[in-house]
Design a binder for this molecule. Structure first.
Ligand SMILES: [Fe+2]
Length: 135
């Protein structure tokens, strides 16, 4: 699986969100790097937990912006964020039990979820926030 290359096409116009998205992509890329090596299942699980913690921090911040500016897509975004939280928590628990490599479906899910979420769901707020002077 190829790493995710962040470019300007991923920019949602709010620098803090871009910075957090890039950090999340870095974590996914570090998992992609380890995709074929056998590692202690705790390492995989720890990375997934770290990703979940960081993603939660990011979701909180993003939802805070949406509430503050009364963004119309706020509840749809919350639903998507919650779905991600649930799936990733399940993956990290499932992984710690018996896996020595990162399951391909987990990696595919993480990569696809974030690329889609940034480029589709988050990109929808770009004009909204830019018009309101958020940088
Ligand atoms: Fe989002």
């Amino acid at each position: 699986m190829e790493k995710i290359i962040w470019d300007e096409g991923f920019s949602v116009g709010v620098s803090e969100m871009d910075r957090q998205h890039r950090r999340i992509i870095d974590i996914i890329n570090s998992l992609i790097e380890k995709q074929d090596i056998e590692v202690d299942s705790e390492i995989i699980s720890d990375t997934l937990i770290r990703m979940l913690e960081y993603a939660n921090e990011h979701f909180r911040k993003e939802e805070q912006y949406m509430l503050e500016y009364d963004y119309p897509g706020h509840s749809r975004q919350r639903e998507e964020h919650n779905e991600f939280r649930k799936r990733t928590a399940f993956f990290s628990i499932d992984t710690i039990k018996h896996k020595t490599t990162i399951p391909k479906d987990v990696l595919a899910y993480l990569k696809e979820w974030w690329v889609n979420h940034i480029l589709k769901a988050d990109m929808k707020y770009k004009t909204f926030f830019v018009e309101r002077g958020v940088k």
